[in-house]
Structure formats: C-alpha cells, structure tokens
Ligand binder design. Structure first.
Ligand code: SAM
Length: 525
C-alpha cells in the first residue's frame, strides 16, 4: 500500500530526509503549484510519500552538483547561504523597499564579521572601523555595518537609492509614525467613500472568485498544466476573453476611469486613473508632515505602495512591458487576475510592515554612524560632503581613515538604476543623473561599453583610495563575465589577493539559470 502523509507528517518526513528544515508551507507550496499531486478533498489533504520522494530525487538532492557541472568545481557552496530562509535574507529593514540588484545581508556579514573558517582565514573588519560602499544601492552594507558595530559611508549616484538607504538606517519615533500613518489612512478612507472604485473592486473580486473556481480550480488546474493535460496558453487566452465582457460591464456600471488625461510621465502611463488620484491624495498628506524622519519613512511606504499598484501583470512586475488595464490570464497564479484599482490595502499593509521592521532593527542596532551620500563615486569629495551632513563622521574619516570597502558595483549593461524607480523620481521630484551611472543597461555590453565600464570602476577605486588606510581591504562583488577585474585592479594600482566564487540562488529575475559571482579581495600594490 502506498504511504499517505498529512502535510504535517510530510514536512517532518522531508526535514528528516533532506536534513534541512522543510516547513508545512513548503509542502503546501508543492501541492499548490502542482509539483506533487494532492490526495483527498478540501477538508483533509494528503500526499503520497512516493510522490514526494520522486520530486526530491529529481529536484533537490543534486542542486549543488548540477550547479557545479555548469559553473565549475571552484564554486564555493558555503557562500550560497542556501540554508537561510527568505525571511532571513530579507530580514528587518532590508525589505523596506524593493530594489533590483541587491546583495543579501548574509554575504556582507560573512566578510565583515569576526568569524573565520576554512575559506575566510582572517578577520578583516572590527568594531569601530569605518567601511565605505561607493555603490551603496539600497544600503545593505550600511545596515549590516550598523548591526556589527562598524561605521559606514555609502555613496550612490541615484538620489532615490540614497533615500532608500538613509531611510533604512534612520532613527525614528515609531509611535509618532504609527499615529501619523493612521491619520493619513483615515483621511484616505474618507476620500474613498466618495468614490466608486472600492465597491467596484469588491464586486469584480466576487465575479472573479466564481469564474476562477469554475475554470481554474486549485490545485488541479496547475497540476494538469504541469503534466500537459491542458494547453495553458490557448485555454488561458480563451477564458481571459470570456471574462472580459463581465469586466467591461462592471467598468460601465461603476463608471470607472481607466486612462489618465495625459501620458507624459511614468506616473501618467503606468497607473489607472483612480489609483493615480489616490497616490496624489496621500502624497499631499505626506507633504504636510513637519517631522522630517517621519516624512521620509512614510514617503518610502508610499513609494513601495505605488510600485505594487502599477498597472501591470503579476509576472511582469520586475520588467514592465505594457500597462495592463483589464483583467488577464495570469501565468504566475494560474487564473484570471486583475490590475489594482486602489492603493488602500497596500498602503495599510506596508505601513504596518514598515513599523514592524523598524522595531526589529531597533533591537539590533548599535550606536555607530552610517550615511549614504548622493554623488558620483569617481570624483565625490567624501570629507567635504560628510562635513555638510554629519561633521562627526567627517572628523572620524579625517583622523582614523577608512579601513576598507565592501561593495557590489553595477555589472556591465544589466540594470538602469534610475529607471527602475522612475515612479518615485516622478512623484518626489528627485534630480535624475542617469548619464553618470557606470555600466547602465541602456549602454549595452559592447566593446565601448565594457571599456568605459572598466575605466569608471577604476576611477571609483582611485578616488576612494584617497580616504583609505594604506593596508586597506577592498571587497568587490561582481559578475565578471568579461574578465575585466584584473585590468580594473591594475588601473587602480591594486592587486587581487583572493577570489571567492559564489553561486547566486533565490534570484528574483525571471532568468533562474545557474549563475555565479565573484568576490574579489583587493589590496594595495
Ligand atoms: C549593484 S548596485 C549596489 C547594490 C547594493 N549592494 C545593495 O545591496 O543594495 C550598484 C549601484 O551603483 C550605483 N552607481 C552606478 N554608477 C555610480 C557612480 N558613478 N557613482 C556612485 N554610484 C553609482 C547604482 O545607482 C546602483 O545603485
């Protein structure tokens, strides 16, 4: 007789079998996404042990080997941090705002903390040191430095990225944030009462629930797609078309305005009219806040909210294609989904989440200095700029100098760092300096782009050296597929003393192929 397991039993069995934690949600995910068939009905769900075993033999067991086959035996699996759950790699303030191109805190910790192991044989940084991240991005280095009792300076050419970083490491009066956010939510609620969009959305959701239960039963539908019993593309399109008439009727019934009058800016193009009105409403309320830190953190909450409310499909959130202003077949969820017609629920959810994350970080933070400056790392005068913002840190840098760098430079032609937050540049009016980005996507990966990239990174290192101690340690995390870093080190008059090749798991991008990056350790020549 094949052995039947409840979800709880399955999680216990899999944990034992794989020798790593497999939660009941992991098992539910496998069922939900059709990886293993469900046995039983709604009330009591079971799986066959054989099905689980088959799944794990095919998928999990050989991940390390499969990756090594593709990327070479020199891959350092310790640096995959595979044992960490998502909640740990996105712990506390690290998930205050989305950001494409972020490294995980565990990687920073590994190189900046005081442990040693068979790969890391020395301790590079200690409490009270100063670290520089000249490509600060969303501030991962700053936050981890704070946790470890290390002072840190970040620089980023994108003003909004610096804003994200400074919001993460800022100190707040959490009670005041809670109170102010609640007041804004209340006003938004009153604003919504005079409009049709929430009642429209409630009715739309009810219709969708009935339709999806009938044509996309879960998890049977996904299981059938996975086992090629249904052609997802054809079926999805057909049902998408079928539902559109219901959608149109509701749009007319509630007189919902979909398109905005203008289509000049990102905010005009990527938001349904009713959503845009709410964004403007909340932004106006935030503008009235007098307390600067509260205003800053609530602007981050609004920015995160509007990013989630762009008129796009669930699978194109990271790479926008075309505005989606109707219901559609969603490949990610295996059913008909809809764009958003109100920011209300996201605003409330993110307000709570932000306060919770700030509280968590508060318990860990040390009394050290961190700041992100906005500027071009090729020529920024760090002491001068620090002097304007935090004279104490400027003095420290002058007197004790910076101990080293931990940073991940942009990779050649991969991401446009300003453009990924176009909505926030539009809304908050930060000045854009796209042309100063090193290696942006829009310049491609051709020979000229690669050369100008190498020159740019070398210039950053040369400029940073002015503030570094002589026996500095520089760590650069890079995907050096064009082998540019030996030349970069040469140009910056540095030598590469070690390289750590790490697998990058849990990537958010659609391309989930085996992928590695190198952590270059450089020192003075
Ligand atoms: C790979 S990201 C860093 C991500 C960061 N480690 C994190 O975890 O969030 C590279 C960053 O370099 C910034 N950048 C590009 N050119 C720059 C320049 N000339 N000066 C300073 N920063 C620059 C980009 O805006 C981007 O935020």
């Amino acid at each position: 007789m094949p052995e039947l397991l409840t979800i709880k039993e399955a999680s216990k069995w899999a944990t034992n079998y794989l020798k790593k934690q497999v939660t009941t949600s992991n098992i539910s995910y496998l069922i939900q996404y059709g990886r293993v068939p469900r046995v039983g009905n709604n009330g009591n769900t079971f799986v066959y042990k054989e099905d689980l075993l088959k799944y794990y033999t095919q998928n999990n067991k050989t991940k390390e080997e499969r990756w090594k086959d593709r990327l070479g035996d020199d891959l350092n699996w310790t640096l995959s941090f595979a044992e960490y759950k998502e909640s740990e790699t996105t712990k506390h303030v690290h998930r205050l705002h989305p950001y494409k191109g972020k490294f995980i805190p565990q990687l920073v910790e590994y190189f900046m903390d005081s442990h040693t192991d068979k790969f890391k044989k020395e301790v590079f940084f200690k409490k009270g040191d100063i670290v520089l991240d000249p490509f600060c991005g969303s501030g991962t280095t700053l936050v981890q430095a704070n946790e470890l009792g290390i002072n840190a300076i970040g620089v980023d050419v994108s003003a909004f990225n610096a804003h994200i970083s400074n919001s993460k490491i800022g100190k707040y009066n959490l009670e005041f944030i809670r109170k102010t956010a609640a007041e804004i939510s209340l006003k938004l609620n009153t604003f919504l009462k005079n409009r049709n969009n929430t009642i429209f959305e409630t009715e739309l959701l009810e219709e969708l629930k009935i339709f999806n239960a009938k044509y996309f039963p879960s998890p049977e539908f996904k299981y059938k797609v996975r086992h090629k019993e249904i052609d997802e593309k054809v079926y999805g399109k057909e049902k998408e078309k079928e539902f559109l008439s219901t959608y149109q009727k509701l749009i007319e019934k509630y007189n919902i305005e979909l398109k905005q009058d203008k289509a000049e800016t990102f905010l005009d193009k990527w938001f349904i009219k009713v959503v845009r009105d709410e964004i403007d409403f909340v932004f106006n309320e935030i503008k009235k806040i007098k307390d600067v830190p509260t205003k800053r953190i609530l602007s981050i909450v609004l920015s995160r909210t509007i990013r989630s409310c762009r008129a796009t499909t669930h699978s194109d959130l990271a790479t926008l294609l075309e505005p989606q202003i109707t219901t559609y077949y969603c490949k990610k969820h295996g059913k008909i989904c809809k764009p958003l017609f109100s920011i209300d629920s996201w605003w409330i959810r993110y307000t709570k989440d932000t306060i919770k994350r700030l509280e968590q970080f508060d318990k860990l933070r040390t009394n050290t200095h961190q700041i992100c400056l906005t500027g071009d790392s090729r020529n920024i005068d760090i002491i001068l700029e620090l002097g304007k913002r935090t004279p104490k840190l400027a003095k420290m840098v002058k007197e004790q100098k910076i101990d080293g760098i931990f940073s991940s430079p942009p990779y050649v032609g991969l991401i446009n760092y300003h453009e990924q937050h176009a909505y926030s540049y539009d809304l908050f009016g930060f000045e854009r300096k796209d042309e100063l980005e090193i290696g942006p996507l829009y310049k491609g990966q051709g020979r000229e782009a690669r050369e100008s990239y190498a020159k740019g990174i070398a210039e950053v290192l040369l400029n940073s050296k002015k503030y570094l101690k002589d026996d500095y340690d520089v760590f650069l995390v890079a995907n050096d597929k064009y082998g540019l870093y030996p030349k970069i080190a040469e140009m910056a008059n540095m030598k590469i003393v070690n390289q750590y090749k790490r697998p990058v798991l849990n990537r958010v991008e659609k391309d989930r192929n085996a992928y590695s990056e190198i952590i270059f350790h450089l020192k003075n020549k």
